[in-house]
Write a protein that binds this ligand. Structure first.
Ligand SMILES: NC(=O)c1ccc[n+]([C@@H]2O[C@H](COP(=O)([O-])OP(=O)(O)OC[C@H]3O[C@@H](n4cnc5c(N)ncnc54)[C@H](O)[C@@H]3O)[C@@H](O)[C@H]2O)c1
Ligand SMILES: N[C@@H](CCO)C(=O)O
Ligand code: NA
Length: 445
């Protein structure tokens, strides 16, 4: 057996890259005891030379040169972005290097191409750090639950967004102030609109859905709504009704009335009853619930972002690869397929359009203080076959306004019907503003 060290190139020394270098300094013995083979960083790709990096590691800004070096077995891509990272990863694959990456944006958007190229070149691309930071959810879905049929998964999969919502709710802090702190703590994406507009969660959901259901990556089909339109007023009303608002991702198999199977992929703010576990996942923590047959429901919780948690996931992938390389004379062929299922067995189950999604709703209407408004609104809802669960009329939120907020909770309904009803409600003279809607999901009741 070949006992030379397994050699790494780390590309990008930001929050996660620096975390990986530190983790290797602190816990190398634990990893070597597990793999029986030494792991060594030989190169780092960095725009400017760093004095805090051990002197035996070569530093360079020339990434395409690094990935060609003979003393590199695994390229660890921690730069982020979908342009240079893509070019460098594809070139590394062509040079026979294995890849470990935390880059969910790149994989959600270009993973089908990257994985195909890796398969053609006999190398592996591992991405545990790309979803839910330190929670080993990729390994769980791909390996731990490999004997199951997964029916749905749902969870809080953006640490920055959850941190912002928690701080705003508990400490009444402002959005911009908490976002700045999330950036300083290394939680946020380089472009934080990815976090707050739900795009990062949609990237992660794309990956989770593929490995749960055995379907190709289809980021463009994920319904995506972020947290930027959540107001303090709605947080307060939700609280009074016994709910918390959390940003969730859902991937769900559904049988349609026609008998066809479809998949719902959506990320959006969701009202969850306070006593439900996911309603109590706070700060940078993530949690993912999986329902599978025959195991039933399982729940996974942990830090969704940050240097240490993410480095833990990056190195778990490296350790997996090192073991495979050690056991099989430098081949990773025995590792699990990229998307958990054999590539030729991925199926084309249709991803449902937003019109076809089924959720409950919290609706907030701004109405004139007239007799009969509620009767008109409930008539419209019942014409669209929407059943009302509760109505709550609130006093005006400021003394100068004669309009009253009315909260209506409705049972699960096809979105097409909800859209029709909302259009009719907004057309009423007695309804003075756009209807605010926040979803509920029967899985979280
Ligand atoms: N921060 C987290 O908690 C976290 C968690 C999970 C996944 N991720 C993912 O990990 C990756 C890195 O995130 P981060 O938070 O460490 O970002 P970061 O911005 O802190 O670090 C990226 C580093 O890469 C460097 N870089 C970019 N292009 C380069 C180039 N061409 N040559 C050399 N260096 C280059 C940047 O200068 C920076 O130092 C991203 O894909 C991100 O989505 C981050
Ligand atoms: N920006 C991401 C990093 C972890 O993927 C988050 O906050 O969840
Ligand atoms: Na993970």
């Amino acid at each position: 057996m070949n006992n030379r060290p397994i050699q790494l190139a780390i590309l990008g020394l930001g929050t996660v890259g620096t975390g990986v270098v530190e983790l290797l300094q602190n816990n190398l013995d634990e990893m070597t005891r597990r793999t029986g083979r030494e792991i060594k960083i030989t190169h780092v790709g960095t725009r400017r030379n760093r004095t805090d990096i051990p002197t035996d590691i070569k530093q360079s800004a020339d990434l395409l040169a690094i990935i060609q070096q003979d003393d590199v077995d695994i390229v660890v891509e921690l730069m982020g972005g979908t342009t240079t990272a893509k070019e460098v990863i594809l070139a590394a694959i062509e040079h026979g290097k294995h890849i470990v990456t935390a880059n969910k944006a790149l994989l959600a958007e270009h993973g089908n191409e990257i994985f195909a190229k890796a398969d053609a070149n006999g190398v592996k691309v591992a991405y545990e750090a790309a979803v839910a930071g330190g929670i080993p959810i990729i390994k769980i879905l791909r390996e731990g639950l490999a004997a199951n049929k997964i029916d749905w998964l749902a969870g809080i999969i953006n640490g920055t967004g959850n941190f912002i919502m928690t701080e705003m709710r508990d400490k009444k802090r402002d959005f911009a102030d908490v976002l700045a702190e999330a950036q300083a703590l290394g939680y946020a994406e380089a472009d934080p609109t990815f976090d707050v507009e739900g795009i990062d969660a949609a990237h992660k959901l794309t990956l989770l859905a593929s490995i749960a259901f055995g379907i190709p990556l289809q980021f463009d089909k994920v319904y995506c709504e972020g947290i930027t339109k959540i107001t303090k007023q709605d947080v307060r009303y939700a609280n009074e009704l016994g709910y918390r608002i959390k940003h969730l991702g859902f991937a769900k198999r559904r049988i349609l009335d026609s008998g066809e199977e479809g998949i719902e992929l959506r990320v959006h703010p969701t009202l969850i009853p306070k006593q439900v576990l996911l309603a109590n996942v706070n700060g940078v923590k993530n949690a993912i619930m999986v329902d599978a047959e025959p195991v039933g429901q399982t729940l996974y919780y942990g830090s969704g972002a940050g240097a240490g948690a993410t480095a833990s996931a990056v190195m778990a992938d490296v350790v997996d690869m090192v073991r495979a390389l050690a056991e099989t004379n430098d081949s990773t062929a025995n590792l699990v397929p990229h998307l958990a299922f054999q590539p030729e067995t991925l199926n084309n189950t249709r991803i449902l359009s937003s019109d076809e999604m089924i959720t409950g709703y919290y609706l907030r209407l701004q109405v004139k203080d007239d007799l009969g408004v509620l009767a008109e609104v409930t008539r419209i809802l019942s014409e669209s076959k929407i059943s009302i669960d509760a109505i709550l009329q609130q006093p005006a939120h400021d003394d100068t306004s004669t309009d009253l907020p009315v909260i209506i909770m409705v049972d699960p309904v096809v979105e097409r019907n909800m859209n029709e009803a909302i259009a009719k409600i907004e057309a009423l003279d007695t309804v003075t503003d756009k209807v605010v809607r926040i979803r509920l999901d029967e899985l979280m009741q």
